[in-house]
Design a protein around this ligand. Sequence first.
Ligand SMILES: *Cc1c(COP(=O)(O)O)cnc(C)c1O
Length: 412
Amino acid sequence: MTPGGVWDRARCEALDRDDPVAHVRERFVLPEGIVYLDGNSLGALPRSVPARLDEVATKEWGAGLVGSWEQWMSLPEQVGDKIARLIGAGKGEVVVIDSTTIALVKVLAAAVRARPGRHVVLTSVTNFPSDLYAATGVARLLGDVEVRTVEPADIDKVLDETVAALLLTHVDFRTGELFDLARLTAAAHSVGALAVWDLCHSAGAVIVDCERTGVDLAVGCSYKYLNGGPGAPAFAYVRRHLQATLENPLPGWLGHAAPFDFDATYSAATGIRGFVTSTPAILGLSALDSALDAFDGLTMEEIRQKSVSLTELFLASLEERQLPGLQLASPRQPAQRGSQVALRHSDGYAVVQALISRGVVADFRAPDLCRFGFSPLYVRHVDVFEAVEQLETVIGTKEYTDDRFSRRRAVT
Ligand SMILES: *Cc1c(COP(=O)(O)O)cnc(C)c1O
């Protein structure tokens, strides 16, 4: 990006003309007149999905009936392999199962049990609350395990030989700050702990190289930057060399080596399949399968470059306009930032509601964060321009102080 000058509409349009990822927007259904900056909460609908869902319902379920299980049975691994490419994992290392929190319970419990004699799960106070609840639940279930929750800056100090697993979320859901996944994974290994990562805000937007960085276990959700749809199943990554020793703590018949033997004793399937518990939700899994085709022909490097270009443009434009009452809560350096920017405002909720009424969809996280997610597959540079224009109006005219914008909804 060239420094200086005014980030006007024409310059933003020029960035879009030079954007090698721009054509991918055509793969999505996006309502006219909406600037959608909430793909970090619910990704937009890929154009291929409705037809695929119709096909699964009508042909596979409707006509094929129970016989369709023949093709459905291996979907958790097949779709997992599609995600693997996006997080630097190998084939057979990712499986699509459950929901993120449930998948986290499974991989975290497996990790702790793989380090007998160690009784600490170390995590950050800034972690996503569901991850903290899940970790606490795992500790209670296993007994004699403590969840130690510290400030991010204290992780290295507290990391020692008592730690069984270091559990962190790669991109902070509030500020968009990136944890140094490679360094912290190595730090965990240096004390003999396993590194467990939550990739919810990373997969599909940020470069993650599970293979090279030595990540042991990871989970992530597929309805954010992966665009799998509301409540789409989660993914779990288990490093290949750990698969033979780690045990799924919630064994079920579909993770059994031979489910149709209906054996009274459990014998885990080899490989990543052992982390499957139950009958997969085929409709959601099929929607995700189709949604992932939107990544066809793209490298994560291209996607990350686009993401950085969008967040940098947003920040440069804001710096140019100097809007009162807004404070940057995200790191200014792109290398330390995921694909979202968070701005603090004392009336943040109302600011976001006023933006939404003007067709710019962002979201709010208490107490004062306005979050703007830049999904690199379909957000354009002109959308960034439009968002900044509307933000300037909402703040400049104090439109956000209107009563109708302060009424709290159930989902913020
Ligand atoms: C969105 C998100 C989740 C979601 O958990 P679910 O079990 O899918 O509801 C978990 N962790 C993080 C870090 C998230 O951002």
